[in-house]
Ligand binder design. Structure first.
Ligand SMILES: Cc1cc2nc3c(=O)[nH]c(=O)nc-3n(C[C@H](O)[C@H](O)[C@H](O)COP(=O)(O)OP(=O)(O)OC[C@H]3O[C@@H](n4cnc5c(N)ncnc54)[C@H](O)[C@@H]3O)c2cc1C
Ligand SMILES: NC(=O)c1ccc[n+]([C@@H]2O[C@H](COP(=O)([O-])OP(=O)(O)OC[C@H]3O[C@@H](n4cnc5c(N)ncnc54)[C@H](O)[C@@H]3O)[C@@H](O)[C@H]2O)c1
Ligand code: SF4
Ligand code: FES
Length: 802
C-alpha cells in the first residue's frame, strides 16, 4: 500500500503532539517528515523557565529524542526552515533548497515573541525569552553582568525575572499596568503577587512605558516616556507573542491574527491544517499548551479518518511557575454587573480566593496563596457547575485526608495534558506503575509544566500505600526524594530563599508536611540568617506560641534564668504573676529553672509582659539551659568560676536556632554537680583548665559526653563552643541531637575539623551572624498587635480559608 506523505512544519510542542496522536491511531498509513527551524529535536518549551531558574538543565527538557523519530520512521530535518508552500502542486520548499511533496500538511509554526519596536532594540544584550538560545544567552550574560531589566509583568516576564534573580542578577520588572499579570489576575491578586515577589528581591516599575533602549553597541539602560532612566546590562522583552503566520500568508492561506481554522483544524485550503499557537479558532489564538493538545487529538483523528465531534474551544487556566508563589486563574477574572462573586481574603496567611458566578454557574476563579482548589474549580467551570456544588465540597474536605483522595474520578489532575484522576489510577493499577516518571510515560500527566507532579505523587501514594513509600528511604520525608544534604546544597547553589520556593524548584511532590516544612525553615535560616524571614507557620505549635502546650491544653511559662541564678526581685515577680493568673503548679526544673504550669493561652502575653524577663526557650529547638554548679565562690572544692562562665555562655547563645534542643552545663570540678557529662556541651574544671565534653545526653538514649579538647582560658573555651555548635548547626539533620550527630560523624572527624584555626574562626564568624538577629520572642509577641490577635486570641477562621 502506498503511504500518504504527511509533512509537519514546526517541530514544536503542538505539532509533535499531533504526530504522537496520529501514531497512536495509525502507524501504517503515513510517511512522516518533520521540519524544524531550531537545531534540536522536540523539547519542552515550558520548562525553559525551570532551566533559567536552575531547576533543570537544557539536556533534560527533551520531549522526544532523535531515537524516537528514528524508531517511528519519521524523517526529521532540524535547523531547516520551510520557506514556501505551493498549494497547487502540494510541495514545500526549505531554506536549504529541499523540495518535498505532501498529501497532507500540518502547519504548527508557533509564535514569535513580540519585540517592542523601540530605538535601540537591536543592541547587544536585548533578548526575547522563547527558545533554548535565548535561555542560554541569559545564563551567559548573568555570568558577566549584574543588572537585568525585564519588560513585561506577565507570566513570561515574571518567570524570566525569577530565573535571573536565581542567577544572581539584580532585576527590575517594567510593567505598563498598575498591577501585575492583568490578563490573568484581578487587582487584589496582582498586588498580593507583587508583594510576594518584592520579598523575593524583584523590583517593580509599574505604569512605566519604555521609550528607548540606551547604550552604544551594548545596552546600558532604559529610558522611559516620563523621562526617567534605569541602568541595565541585559534587557528581556516579554510583552506577549504574535502567531507565526508568515509562511501561510505567503501561500495565500486565509489568516487573521492567526491562521484561520475550523473545528477540525482545517484551513481554507484542502489538505492543509494548522494547530498550535499559529492557529486561530473561532477568533482565538491560544498561548498555552492545554488547548493545543486538545487540538492535536482532534486533528489526529481527523487526519486518520476517524469520526469526532471536533474542537469547540477551551476554557483556559494558568499557573505561574515562580517558586514561592501560588497563583491560579481560570475563565472570567473580573466582575461586571452580571456577575456575583464569592470572595475570601485572609490578610494573615496572605491567601485570596475569588469565584465568579453568572446565572448561578461558576464562570471563573482567581486564587492566590493557596491554589489547591484550582483543578477542581477548573473542572467545575468546564461543566458549568453551581457555586453550591463547590461550597458543599469545600465544607466536606478534611485537613487530614489528602486532596486527591477526595477528588472525583473525572476531575482533572494534569491541566496541561487533560489527564483525569480516573485515568491515572487505572494506569497505576493495571500497568503496575510506581513512580511519577512512569505515570508520565504512560498517561502524559506531568509531562509539560510539571505543576501537577505533587498531585500525581499523592495519587501514587494513595493508590499504592507503603509500596510507594518504599522508594524513599533516604529522603527527609515522603514529600521529596531528596536527602538533607542534597537539599542544603540546592538551597545554597540556587540561592533559594523561601520554603515554597524550595518545594517548587526542587519538585516537591506535595504541599509539604509537618516533617519537611520545619526542617526547610531551619535549613533556610541556618544558610542565610541575615536575609531569611523565619516562616513561623512552618514551626511546631510550641515554637509558634513560645510556650509548651500541656496535656490538658494549658501552657507552661519558663522565664530565662541565666546559669540557674535568680534574684529575690525576680522570684517576687514570679510569685505575683503565679497568684494573679492562678497558675496551677510552680515547679523547679531539671535545668535549674522555674516552670509555671497550667497557664491559659490568652494569659501568656500578659504574664510575659508582667514578668518582664526574657523567654527561657523551654519549647525551642535551640539553647534551653546552661546548668551550673556553685563553683569557686562557695564550694570548697571549686577552683573555677562555673557560675560566671555558665552565665556568659547562656547570654551568648540564648535564642540561637539549632537542629534540636541543646543543653549545656558547667561544673567547677570533676565531682560534676551540674551533670556536665550528659549535656550536649558539658564543661568541667580541672587543674586550672576547662575540659570540654560533647554529645552527652541524659534522655531516652543515655550517652556520656566525649572529651573533645581542654583549654586554659575561658575565651578559648567559649570560642571552641561557638565553633562546635555552628558545625553542628551546619551539618546535622533537622531534629538530630548532638549525641546522634557525634556518633554519625565520629568524634575524630569533629576534632580534626575543629583543630584548624581558620575553620574555627570562620565557624565563629557565621555563628556571630546567626546570633546577630536574635530577638526575645516574648517581647516581640507582646509588641506586635496583629501577632497577639492572630496567635493568642481565639479567632474563628471562615470555612475554606484554613
Ligand atoms: C519560557 C516559556 C514558558 C512557558 N510556560 C508555559 C506554561 O507554563 N504553561 C503553558 O501552557 N504554556 C507555557 N508556555 C507556552 C507554550 O510553550 C507554548 O504555548 C507552546 O510551546 C506552543 O507550541 P507550538 O507548537 O504552537 O509552538 P512552538 O513550541 O513555538 O513550536 C513551533 C516551532 O516551529 C518552528 N518553526 C516556525 N516556523 C517554521 C518554519 N517555517 N519551518 C520550520 N520550523 C518552523 C519554530 O522554530 C518552533 O520550534 C511557555 C512558553 C515559554 C516561552
Ligand atoms: N506559566 C505559564 O503558563 C506561562 C509562562 C510563560 C509564558 N507563557 C505563555 O507565553 C506567552 C508569552 O507570555 P507573555 O508573558 O509575554 O505574554 P502576556 O501577553 O501574557 O503578557 C505580556 C505582559 O506584558 C505587558 N506589556 C505589554 N506591553 C508592555 C510594555 N510596553 N511595557 C511593559 N509591559 C508591557 C502586558 O501588560 C502583559 O501583562 C503567553 O501566551 C503566555 O501564556 C505561559
Ligand atoms: S562540681 Fe565541684 S566545684 Fe562544683 S559544686 Fe560540685 S563539688 Fe563544688
Ligand atoms: S498540569 Fe502542567 S504538566 Fe500537568
Amino acid at each position: 500500500m502506498i503511504k500518504q506523505k504527511l509533512i509537519l512544519v514546526g517541530n514544536g510542542m503542538a505539532g509533535v503532539r499531533a504526530i504522537e496522536e496520529v501514531l497512536k491511531l495509525n502507524r501504517e498509513d503515513f510517511e512522516i517528515t518533520i521540519f524544524g527551524s531550531e537545531p534540536y529535536p522536540n523539547y519542552n518549551r515550558i520548562q525553559l523557565s525551570t532551566v533559567l531558574q536552575g531547576g533543570t538543565s537544557v539536556k533534560d527538557i527533551t520531549l522526544n529524542d532523535s531515537q524516537w523519530y528514528e524508531d517511528n520512521g519519521i524523517t526529521l530535518f532540524t535547523g531547516e526552515t520551510v520557506v514556501s508552500i505551493d498549494k497547487e502542486r502540494q510541495v514545500v520548499t526549505t531554506d536549504k533548497g529541499r523540495i518535498e511533496p505532501y498529501d497532507k500538511l500540518i502547519i504548527a509554526t508557533g509564535s514569535n515573541p513580540f519585540m517592542l519596536p523601540l530605538p535601540g532594540a537591536d543592541k547587544e544584550g536585548v533578548t526575547a525569552f522563547r527558545n533554548i538560545k535565548d535561555c542560554e544567552k541569559m545564563i551567559e550574560y548573568s555570568k558577566q553582568y549584574k543588572k537585568a531589566a525585564v519588560i513585561g509583568g506577565g507570566l513570561l516576564g515574571l518567570e524570566a525575572a525569577r530565573g535571573l534573580l536565581n542567577l544572581g542578577m539584580e532585576v527590575d520588572v517594567i510593567h505598563i499596568f498598575d498591577f501585575l499579570m492583568e490578563r490573568q489576575l484581578d487587582r487584589t491578586a496582582g498586588k498580593l503577587l507583587q508583594k510576594e515577589l518584592e520579598k523575593q528581591g524583584m523590583n517593580f516599575l509599574l505604569q512605566k512605558n519604555t521609550a528607548e533602549i540606551l547604550g552604544k553597541k551594548h545596552v546600558t539602560g532604559l529610558k522611559f516616556k516620563d523621562g526617567t532612566k534605569i541602568d541595565a546590562d541585559l534587557v528581556v522583552m516579554a510583552v506577549g507573542i504574535k502567531p507565526n503566520i508568515e509562511l501561510a500568508q505567503k501561500a495565500g492561506i486565509p489568516v487573521n491574527r492567526g491562521i484561520i481554522v475550523n473545528d477540525y483544524l482545517e484551513t481554507d485550503v484542502p489538505n492543509i491544517y494548522a494547530l498550535g499557537e499559529c492557529a486561530e479558532h473561532r477568533g482565538i489564538a491560544y498561548g498555552l499548551v492545554a488547548p493545543l493538545y486538545q487540538q492535536a487529538q482532534v486533528l489526529a483523528k481527523h487526519i486518520c479518518g476517524l469520526e469526532d465531534t471536533g474542537y469547540h474551544g477551551s476554557v483556559l487556566s494558568t499557573q505561574l511557575k515562580v517558586s514561592g508563589v501560588d497563583v491560579f486563574s481560570s475563565g472570567k477574572i473580573n466582575e461586571d454587573p452580571d456577575t456575583k462573586v464569592y470572595k475570601l481574603y485572609d490578610d494573615w496567611s496572605r491567601t485570596y480566593k475569588k469565584v465568579l458566578i453568572e446565572d448561578g454557574k461558576i464562570v471563573g476563579a482567581v486564587l492566590f496563596g493557596d491554589t489547591k482548589d484550582g483543578n477542581q474549580l477548573l473542572s467545575l467551570i468546564k461543566k458549568g457547575a453551581s457555586i453550591e456544588e463547590y461550597l458543599e465540597s469545600s465544607k466536606s474536605k478534611s485537613e487530614e485526608v489528602s486532596l486527591v483522595a477526595e477528588m472525583a474520578d473525572e476531575e482533572i489532575i494534569c491541566g496541561c495534558n487533560g489527564v483525569s484522576k480516573g485515568t491515572i489510577v487505572e494506569a497505576i493499577r493495571t500497568q503496575g506503575l510506581t513512580s511519577v516518571d512512569q505515570v508520565k510515560g504512560c498517561t502524559n500527566a506531568s509531562r509539560s509544566c510539571g505543576g501537577c507532579k505533587s498531585l500525581v505523587a499523592d495519587l501514587l501514594a494513595c493508590t499504592l500505600g507503603d509500596q510507594f513509600k518504599a522508594d524513599e528511604k533516604e529522603a527527609i520525608c515522603s514529600c521529596t526524594t531528596l536527602s538533607r544534604d542534597e537539599i542544603v546544597e540546592e538551597i545554597r547553589s540556587k540561592r533559594l530563599t523561601h520554603i515554597r520556593e524550595v518545594m517548587n524548584v526542587l519538585g516537591w511532590k506535595t504541599e509539604g508536611c509537618s516533617k519537611c516544612k520545619p526542617a526547610l525553615n531551619y535549613y533556610l535560616g541556618m544558610i542565610n540568617p541575615l536575609e531569611y524571614q523565619d516562616e513561623k507557620e512552618a514551626r511546631f505549635v510550641n515554637e509558634r506560641l513560645h510556650a509548651n502546650i500541656q496535656k490538658d491544653g494549658t501552657y507552661s511559662v519558663v522565664p530565662r534564668m541565666y546559669g540557674g541564678v535568680t534574684t529575690s526581685d525576680d522570684l517576687r515577680k514570679i510569685a505575683d504573676v503565679a497568684d494573679k493568673y492562678q497558675v496551677g503548679t510552680i515547679k523547679v526544673t531539671g535545668g535549674q529553672r522555674i516552670d509555671l504550669l497550667g497557664v491559659k493561652k490568652e494569659d501568656l502575653p500578659k504574664i510575659w509582659a508582667e514578668l518582664d524577663m526574657p523567654s527561657g526557650s523551654a519549647y525551642a529547638k535551640g539553647l534551653r539551659t546552661v546548668k551550673t554548679c556553685v563553683g569557686e565562690s562557695y564550694c570548697r572544692f571549686g577552683t573555677q568560676d562555673s557560675i560566671g562562665l555558665g552565665i556568659r555562655l547562656e547570654k551568648k547563645f540564648e535564642g540561637l536556632n539549632t537542629p534540636h534542643k541543646i543543653k549545656l552545663a558547667v561544673s567547677a570540678c570533676p565531682r560534676n554537680c551540674a551533670e556536665s557529662g550528659i549535656k550536649d556541651v558539658g564543661v568541667v574544671g580541672t587543674d586550672g583548665a576547662w575540659e570540654m565534653y560533647v554529645g552527652g545526653n541524659g534522655g531516652t538514649h543515655l550517652r556520656a559526653g566525649d572529651l573533645l579538647f581542654k583549654f586554659k582560658t575561658d575565651d578559648e573555651l567559649v570560642e571552641m563552643i561557638g565553633a562546635f555548635l555552628q558545625y553542628y548547626r551546619e551539618t546535622a539533620n533537622y531534629l538530630e541531637r548532638t549525641s546522634a550527630w557525634v556518633d554519625r560523624l565520629g568524634l575524630e572527624h569533629i576534632r580534626d575539623v575543629l583543630s584548624d584555626r581558620e575553620t574555627v574562626k570562620m565557624l565563629n564568624f557565621r555563628m556571630d551572624e546567626a546570633l546577630s538577629i536574635v530577638q526575645d520572642p516574648w517581647k516581640e509577641a507582646i509588641e506586635n498587635k496583629s501577632l497577639l490577635r492572630d496567635l493568642y486570641e481565639t479567632v474563628k477562621i471562615p470555612t475554606g480559608m484554613k
